[in-house]
Design a protein around this ligand. Structure first.
Ligand code: LMR
Length: 397
């Protein structure tokens, strides 16, 4: 039956973990997948999550959630993204469903787009998170690119971005990373977001924000929502994918939220019903445990504040590692510019090293990262940073 099935290529991000696990060097370092580690390289469960687990444990049945998930969770989630007092929330014109984290939200949206925006293309930043391409491909949505990153400066190509979107076909979707762009760690400034928002209004382009790292860019969840709020203030009806994998450390719980701001309450109701119809055929209804945890954390002001503090703590450890890595690279005698290590933000550093240099790091130093040179800073610790800097210097000199 299946003799014609060829082996699929390894995933460019999760495949790195496989290679890392197969290496028996005790000093090996995994800088591939974006998953937070503490300074002892251990996975972290947030204190607020442990406390929420105790509260929900054993008290609930294991019943199905509705197709759209836990309503009290989606209501809180939308507020976290758009701001407590967002007009669209007050007007009850946000369609929202619980999703299987960021990938699940994007996939639902892509399917919705295929059905209800027929023929529209999605413009995707160059580069982007590799899975975006898989997601829109599988939903049979045409993908076009827009310039985003400038290798010379290792910063934003704002001019290129504006030119490409100026030339984009009206009625298209533009996929934007709300904060902490993956893989580059390069975000527009508030002024640049404002200019982009105005251009997209004029060109009738639909903004779809992937927000997988709220809190990780600045350590402040409200500040990290600023791009979305700028677009809302300008009157965009936008879409948003949220994930609680990174900012609550709930990677394996697959908990997220897809929301689409609509023209009015009736439109929101129709849109939500169609997203649920898509979800029902794909996976029926989402898992309950993660939704209960997030609902619990976002639902109590003092616990929410404790969560903000814990996210900030993770963001700050990463910022400290950026400083240490840059210092160690400079001390190593490297004559290359490494300022971008501290200028970029979020979980990743887009190092600028070549795929061949990445291969050398794995082969000769047991240091693993994606072949586009992306370093997951969450895997850097005060113990491994010298070794990483020395190895980076060696493969780049
Ligand atoms: C990443 O970019 O490393 C994460 O978003 C994990 C994933 O699913 O790719």
């Amino acid at each position: 039956w299946f003799g014609n099935v060829e082996q699929a290529p390894k995933d460019p991000i999760l495949g790195v973990t496989e290679a890392y696990l197969a290496d028996d060097n005790p000093e090996k370092i995994n800088l591939g997948v974006g998953a937070y580690r503490d300074d002892l390289s251990k996975p972290v469960v947030l204190n607020v999550v442990r406390a929420a687990e105790e509260k929900v444990m054993g008290k609930l049945f294991m019943e199905y959630l509705p197709i759209g998930g836990l309503k009290s969770f989606t209501e809180k989630s939308v507020k976290l993204a758009y701001g407590d007092s967002a007009q669209c929330i007050q007007d009850a014109r946000v369609a929202a469903v619980q999703s299987l984290s960021g990938t699940g939200s994007c996939r639902l949206f892509a399917e919705f787009m295929h059905r209800y925006m027929p023929g529209a293309a999605v413009y995707i930043p160059k580069p982007t998170w590799a899975n975006h391409h898989n997601i829109f491909r599988d939903a049979q949505v045409e993908q076009k690119g827009f310039r985003y990153y400038k290798p010379d400066t290792r910063g934003l190509d704002f001019e290129g971005l504006m030119d490409d979107l100026q030339a984009a076909d009206e009625g298209s979707v533009v996929l934007l990373h709300a904060c902490a762009h993956n893989p580059t760690g390069v975000d527009p400034t508030p002024e640049q977001w404002q200019q982009l928002s105005k251009l997209m209004l004029k060109k009738h382009l639909y903004p779809f924000f992937d927000m997988a790292y709220q809190g990780f860019a600045s350590g402040d969840c409200d500040r990290d929502g600023q791009a979305i709020r700028i677009f809302l203030d300008d009157g965009h009806n936008l879409g948003c994918s949220q994930s609680y994998a990174k900012n609550m450390g709930l990677y394996g719980q697959r908990i997220g939220c897809l929301s689409l701001v609509c023209a009015d309450k009736a439109e929101a109701s129709a849109v939500e019903s169609q997203i649920k119809a898509i979800a029902r055929a794909m996976y029926s209804n989402p898992p309950v445990h993660g939704a209960l945890l997030v609902d619990n954390i976002l639902g109590t002001p003092e616990i929410k504040q404790q969560w903000y503090d814990e996210v900030k703590g993770m963001a700050e450890r990463i910022i400290d590692m950026r400083t240490l890595l840059q210092q160690n690279l400079e001390k190593s005698g490297s004559s290359l510019p490494w300022k971008h290590v501290t200028e970029q933000i979020g979980m990743f550093c887009f190092s600028g090293i070549s795929p061949e240099q990445v291969d050398l790091l794995a082969k000769e130093h047991s240091i693993y990262m994606t072949r586009n040179g992306r370093i997951s800073m969450a895997g850097v610790t005060s113990r491994n940073v010298d070794r990483l800097a020395a190895a980076l210097h060696k493969v780049t000199s």
